[in-house]
Design a protein around this ligand. Structure first.
Ligand code: ADP
Length: 448
């Protein structure tokens, strides 16, 4: 009769399945690089490498007043951005909450609401006469790629928008409500982050987002985007590419180290097979991965024997923010973790269990950061940025709030590249959907 396993024994098993060796990481980087190139070569690839038609870097000397509208998952944000040149800017903004109804409604109504908010915003924030009669302020609109909506992410339903020309719909609403703004740029937030970050920090070459979802953008040489061959643009010009890299390894599931918990998440998601990379990394899923491990141990009779576990057994109740809290608990007794389990799930824990949960959070968080490093490394390696080094603007709650996330990304880059990995440094990016959108609107204006 075998002796009872301790929590530390259980942990060892999870260490094995959630740990990524440097060698494994390098294999992922190679596959990732091939995938990026394939997306540039042909249309309709799994990682679509979307050409943004944002040409080249900002100079930092863009100036003027610009409006930016950001249609996010929960809010509509309207900004007035004054670019002052020399990498400086001022921003004024208002947020308007979107109702569930508005998100599901037909697209035109959603844009009518945007137009009304914009009008109120202009009247409140720009004094009488700030916009002269007949004049219009350039406006950048965020969340959309090249005029046509590829797919609404973050639970948007808006029926009439998918596939239809979003710019047309928004312009119609602006006209109807007599808003003195002219839509000059449609951007996606990752591209905005790239441009805003480069405006302030000219060493920036790549932007990455680690929030509810994950994505990256960078600047590519037009001649190296074979699928745009007949565009008539100079090969040496450069264009920002919105990678949509959350889709890496989708359907094939060949390259990423998926555990059975990752598979459950995928199979029970509303888009099975899709966004394979994102499902291992982004804030939406990390808490759920940990929760599934906990549920497994409940089923095995290891955890919470004799307690009522129904609360924690409901999908997605363990937010990734809890993992942040668990990892940053400063107390010896892990009082924060006691608090989380008693307060939210009505469960009592032993110290050994709490140490286990914290260690598990660390494994899941660390894996996410190291996989993120693989994606960054793929772009760095493809673009030959390693020797000279570069800055990577990073944003999203996972990057900004998860303790040690950035350090783990950097550590991952060094595991992949050796000491030279130190040349690649991430930093907290500039606001892409406000400032980035404004700069892109200004770049568009200048080109006309
Ligand atoms: P979005 O990507 O929707 O624009 P965020 O960048 O804030 O917004 O990302 C939200 C995601 O980050 C959610 O999935 C949430 O679980 C996660 N999150 C929120 N707070 C934290 C935190 N303190 N630590 C880690 N993850 C967090």
């Amino acid at each position: 009769h075998a002796t009872k396993k301790t929590m530390a024994d259980h942990l060892r098993k999870y260490e094995t399945i959630f740990t990524l060796t440097p060698q494994r990481m390098r294999m992922i980087v190679e596959a990732f690089k091939d995938t990026l190139e394939l997306g540039l070569e042909k249309p309709k690839q799994i990682v679509p490498m979307i050409p943004t038609f944002v040409f080249g870097w900002p100079t930092g000397d863009e100036t003027g007043d610009f409006l930016a509208v950001d249609l996010g998952g929960t809010n509509l944000r309207v900004c007035l951005v004054t670019l002052q040149g020399k990498g400086k800017f001022e921003i004024t903004q208002s947020k308007y909450r979107l109702t569930e109804e508005q998100k599901q409604e037909d697209g035109q109504k959603l844009f009518d609401f945007c137009a009304e908010c914009l009008k109120t915003f202009i009247e409140t924030n720009l004094g009488e006469g700030a916009v002269k009669d007949g004049e219009k302020l350039p406006l950048g609109f965020t969340r959309i790629d090249h005029g046509e909506l590829i797919r609404w992410t973050k639970g948007f339903g808006a029926l009439n928008t998918e596939g239809r020309d979003v710019a047309e719909m928004f312009r119609e609403s602006l006209k109807k409500h007599d808003v003195p703004a002219e839509l000059t740029a449609l951007i996606n937030d990752t591209t905005g982050t790239l441009i805003a970050s480069a405006y302030v920090n000219p060493n920036t070459r790549i932007a990455v987002i680690f929030g509810t979802g994950c994505n990256a953008a960078y600047m590519e040489r037009v001649g190296d985007i074979p699928k745009l061959k007949n565009l008539g643009v100079d090969d040496d010009a450069s264009m920002a590419i919105n990678c949509e890299w959350g889709a890496f390894d989708s359907f094939e599931h060949e390259h990423l180290p998926r555990t059975k918990y990752d598979q459950v998440i995928d199979e029970t998601s509303n888009k099975p097979g899709e966004q394979a990379f994102e499902k291992l990394i982004s804030g939406r899923y990390l808490g759920e991965i940990l929760r599934l491990v906990i549920c497994e141990l409940i089923d095995e009779g290891v955890l919470f024997l004799g307690q009522n576990t129904y609360k924690i057994e409901s999908p997605y109740v363990l937010d990734t923010a809890f993992l942040s809290l668990m990892e940053s608990d400063p107390t010896e007794e892990l009082l924060m973790i006691i608090g989380i389990f008693t307060h939210f799930f009505a469960l009592e824990t032993t110290l050994a269990e709490r140490q286990f949960f914290r260690a598990l959070a660390k494994l899941v968080g660390r894996r996410a950061a190291r996989l993120s490093a693989c994606g960054i490394a793929a772009i760095v390696s493809k673009m030959n940025y390693l020797e000279d080094g570069c800055a990577v603007g990073a944003d999203g709650s996972l990057y900004n709030k998860y303790p040690g996330f950035a350090d783990r990304v950097h550590e991952g880059l060094q595991d992949i590249f050796g000491d030279k990995g130190r040349n690649i440094v991430t930093y907290h990016a500039e606001d892409g959907s406000g400032v980035g959108s404004a700069i892109i609107a200004s770049m568009t204006k200048i080109r006309k």
